[in-house]
Design a protein around this ligand. Structure first.
Ligand code: ZN
Ligand code: MN
Length: 469
């Protein structure tokens, strides 16, 4: 059977701003660290007569920054007011959620249109299985990013969210993956028949979004194939069963009865405010990759690997500037940071910040290697020990304590080489009859005997001299 099937997906992504206090009151936002219902006040509990305070300035700054980083135009010199979006659910003491009109709009990120970025307040946490509500989270500032329906596959959605979370990391002051929640909109077109749009609410991980899209794509495709109609509805993701389930037929905007909140003054953003935010704005990961390639002449692939971890990218730049910007120093920094350091971090399942290492440690290590105080092989070992020691010891301290310096005494090396020759007559014979590779085996024996403290090129030199005598 001939089939042409495609999907369109748009995401509404919510991320918490890492402020000390809530959006409209001074209650703290560390809702996970305290007893339920202790970070609350008449404002975030919506007691009658309680008036919200003006919106948290840091939250507005961050909304502007996120919008700018996503290529949006900031809505300038216009009233940005908060609306009351009404719905009835136990997590919402007031019966409405305050949500602003766009702070920025018409952006683009990874080829996906960004419809708008706005601010809203997080509701409390309702636990239906326990029958309890905890209002500590109620009023925590959220930034919502609404994308155009430009995403065409579950894989694309996954990559989009991964890059977005990386961007959040770069921006800082956002709570990132732990607090991310997405509403997933998806529609399917089957042989030219366009199905209705379905919204899956409150998916809280990238993996979840991916699974929702996979599931919905097949579900909607099968309905359309049978000639059925896709109901325009809101569904919930049943994570344990990996399915989605109808919650309610889709609210139209009217059901929410949006009205401007009469208790709150609108925000007005001017050019000066945007400029202040821009001064604190970091470079995007994509720009950093491009700059690394241009400025340092390294491969895009190497740049990508290091930029994937902001701390590692910073280490690279610090180390290069400490070593001096020669071509050789740059490629040494790439080798020791991109390859060796990352290998050991990955092995220990930590990132650079968790390792407690300082960029100076890496610079010192590279200098010890180029200065021939230690061999490359020992260099690799020193990184492992530094990470085991949680950065408490410098490379110099480690090599002194463990006696790992290069053996530069010719006598000691000659003795080791003589022993290796005596113990491996076959390899020596092979070498003498023209098998160059056989010498590597003998070199390996010397390296082992000296616990990696010999310089391999020097060992080769001595071995050749002794064998050809
Ligand atoms: Zn409060
Ligand atoms: Mn929302």
């Amino acid at each position: 059977m001939d089939e042409t099937v495609s999907m369109k997906c748009g995401l509404e992504i919510h991320v918490q701003v890492d402020t000390n206090s809530k959006l409209f009151c001074t209650c703290p936002t560390n809702y996970n660290e305290v007893e339920p219902n202790t970070n609350i006040c008449p404002v975030c509990m919506a007691h009658p007569g309680a008036r919200p305070m003006p919106p948290n300035k840091k939250a507005v700054d961050m909304a502007i920054m996120v919008a700018k980083m996503l290529g949006c135009e900031i809505v300038l010199d216009k009233d940005i007011y908060f609306q009351r979006k009404h719905y009835n659910y136990p997590d919402l003491p007031s019966g409405y959620q305050r949500t602003s009109v766009p702070v920025g709009e018409h952006g683009k990120f990874l080829g996906v249109g960004i419809t708008e970025v706005h601010l809203e307040e997080d509701p409390g946490q309702y636990k239906p299985d326990l029958g309890v509500v905890d209002y500590n989270r109620s009023g925590t500032p959220l930034i919502e990013i609404v994308s155009d329906p430009d995403i065409k596959s579950p894989e694309e959605a996954k990559e989009f969210l991964r890059q977005l979370l990386r961007l959040f990391n770069y921006i800082g002051n956002l709570r990132g993956e732990g607090s991310m929640r997405a509403d997933v909109n998806i529609s399917v077109n089957y042989n030219g028949v366009q199905g209705n749009r379905v919204e899956v609410k409150n998916v809280n991980s990238i993996k979840g979004v991916y699974k929702v899209l996979k599931y919905e794509f097949i579900r909607q495709k099968n309905i359309l194939r049978r000639g059925g109609e896709i109901k325009r509805e809101t569904r919930a993701f049943m994570e344990a069963q990996l399915i989605t389930k109808a919650m309610r037929s889709k609210e139209t905007a009217d059901d929410y009865r949006h009205i401007p909140d009469p208790d709150l003054q609108p925000i007005v953003i001017n050019k000066e405010w945007v400029k202040m935010v821009e001064e604190k704005m970091p470079e995007t990961p994509m720009d950093k990759e491009k700059r690394f390639v241009e400025q340092y002449g390294i491969k895009l692939e190497d740049a990508k690997v290091m930029v994937a971890d902001l701390a590692l990218a910073d280490v690279f730049e610090t180390v290069v500037s400490e070593l001096g910007r020669g071509k050789e120093n740059i490629s040494l920094a790439v080798i020791w940071i991109r390859n060796e350091l990352r290998r050991v971090l990955a092995y220990n399942n930590i990132d650079f910040l968790e390792s407690n290492l300082k960029p100076e440690h890496i610079t010192e290590l590279i200098q010890l290697i180029t200065g021939k105080t230690i061999s490359q092989k020992i260099g690799k070992k020193v990184i492992e020990i530094m990470i085991e020691n949680k950065g408490e010891k410098t490379p110099k301290q480690i090599i002194e304590e463990l006696g790992l310096t290069v053996i530069d005494s010719d006598d000691v090396l000659e003795t080791a080489c003589k022993e290796a020759i005596e113990n491996n007559p076959k390899a020596v014979d092979d070498y003498l009859t023209g098998n160059e590779g056989a010498l590597n085996f003998v070199v390996g024996q010397v390296m082992r005997a000296t616990r990696g403290r010999a310089q391999p090129n020097k060992v080769v030199e001595i071995l050749k001299k002794l064998i050809n005598k």
